[in-house]
Design a protein around this ligand. Structure first.
Ligand SMILES: NC(=O)c1ccc[n+]([C@@H]2O[C@H](COP(=O)([O-])OP(=O)(O)OC[C@H]3O[C@@H](n4cnc5c(N)ncnc54)[C@H](O)[C@@H]3O)[C@@H](O)[C@H]2O)c1
Length: 417
């Protein structure tokens, strides 16, 4: 083996070299009241605009402000698709494309939770490149740039406003499926925490658990060899120096603010604002680093139990951390510390306990059994979770059939450590 001038093997020197990649929207605006900037951003992109949202949102004062603001900013043609359904079934995408295509919009606004923003992203792909949604499943299947999307989140959870992925439900597949491409990243994200004030406690908790899973899973993800081809071979490239900064900030904010945002007492507005920033940081982190096993096993669990995405990843997260701890001891110590717990001699135990306590405090169930999974379903959960290849490959510890079965068994029985 040859050695470098510093006496290190070339392999070791390469491993120590920092690697960083960020893929982000052209413009990201954060702050209470920033929603008022949306009309001018949109009007700078064209005069024909389609708003992709859901029925709840059309009852919200902001929706009406937005429509008036768009007209005042010179937008001449506004159409609305307000039939987005949670978890984005394929039929919703077909209905949206059918409704919007004839208008030939210049720009799409995705207004709502992750389901509405993901729908806007998929509609932009289909209106630009044609074909059917199924043509674009997987990574790098979108051939080029799409119509611009301006994303406006109303939940503090998914981070979809800045990510290169849309997640949908296909009735012919047992699990949800992703379309992942840098071309899916919205043109602009306008992130106004006031839009989350209407979220009830259960929704705030479930989307907050999703944001927590994003920052923890991207911070503890696999570290791929930093070859020059990495960013072209994978949409989600694993742990890196730049995404770590977003993940760390997000973990700290969630530790400080998730409980207060869910409780809704005095100081809740500040807590909601911090959760919105945490969710945005989660989007930056996951959008480049990627998530891992908690997200992989949520797919079959969600399909079986019809429980929200965030609740499922929240249940699974502490068990996945316990499984991965031996490979990420320093990261576990940082997570524990940021959540206000002394890492002590066993950082994994401290981090797992801190995350489990935080999730229990906002009433995320403790086990898959509590979520409605049956013991007979565990083989299926393990098998199907492993099929989410991009997520499984992003886990820092190898997951084969045996490891997967043991992990879901632990998550079913509540054996954390
Ligand atoms: N693209 C990504 O990067 C990404 C990341 C994580 C999750 N996801 C996907 O996002 C979806 C979940 O998104 P979500 O958790 O934001 O929920 P959602 O968009 O499915 O909405 C859930 C419910 O919350 C309601 N809601 C939204 N905002 C509200 C508000 N301010 N006040 C009251 N009610 C409100 C909606 O009307 C809906 O009934 C899933 O399909 C998930 O797979 C996508």
């Amino acid at each position: 083996m040859t050695t470098s001038a510093a006496g290190q093997s070339p392999r070791r020197a390469a491993a120590a070299e920092p690697f960083g990649l960020l893929r982000q929207p052209r413009e990201v605006l954060f702050g209470t009241g920033q929603r008022a900037a949306v009309p001018s951003i949109v009007a700078s992109l064209g005069k024909r605009v389609s708003i992709v949202t859901d029925e709840r949102m059309t009852q919200d004062a902001f929706y009406h402000e937005l429509r008036e603001g768009l007209v005042a900013a010179g937008v001449t043609d506004v159409s609305v698709f307000d039939r987005t359904e949670p978890d984005l079934p394929l039929r919703t995408i077909d209905a949206a494309v059918g409704r919007i295509r004839a208008q030939r919009p210049d720009v799409l606004i995705g207004l709502g939770g992750g389901s509405c923003m993901d729908l806007a992203k998929v509609v932009a792909v289909l209106l630009t490149h044609g074909g059917s949604t199924r043509d674009y499943y997987g990574e790098f299947a979108v051939p080029g740039p799409t119509l611009p999307v301006v994303a406006i989140p109303t939940t503090a959870g998914t981070g979809s406003e800045v990510t290169p992925v849309a997640v949908l439900s296909d009735p012919d597949l047992t699990m949800k499926v992703g379309i992942s491409s840098p071309h899916l990243i919205p043109y602009a994200a306008v992130v106004d925490p006031a839009l989350t004030h209407s979220c009830p406690p259960g929704l705030t908790a479930s989307v907050g658990a999703d944001a927590l899973a994003h920052v923890v899973e991207s911070f503890t993800a696999i570290r791929h060899p930093a070859t020059p081809g990495l960013s072209r071979e994978r949409v989600f490239v694993g742990k890196g120096e730049l995404t770590d900064q977003y993940a760390l900030h997000g973990i700290e904010l969630i530790g400080r603010s998730l409980r207060a945002a869910v409780d809704g007492g005095p100081g809740a507005d500040t807590a909601r604002s911090e959760m919105m920033m945490a969710a945005l940081c989660g989007g930056f982190a996951l959008g480049t680093a990627g998530t891992a096993a908690a997200h992989a096993f949520q797919y079959p669990v969600g399909a079986m139990t019809h429980t929200p995405h965030g609740v499922g990843v929240g249940v699974l997260l502490p068990y996945v951390m316990a499984f991965n701890g031996s490979r990420r001891p320093q990261e576990m110590a940082r997570i524990a510390e940021l959540l206000g717990v002394d890492a002590g001699a066993n950082p994994t135990a401290a981090a797992v306990r801190a995350v489990a306590d935080l999730l229990a405090a906002v009433k995320i169930p403790a086990t898959l059994k509590d979520l409605g999974v049956r013991r007979d379903d565990l083989d299926t959960v393990a098998e199907q979770g492993l099929r989410a290849k991009r997520l499984v490959e992003n886990n820092p510890v190898h997951l084969g059939p045996e490891e997967a079965r043991e992990l879901v068994e632990n998550a079913f029985t509540g054996r954390l450590l």
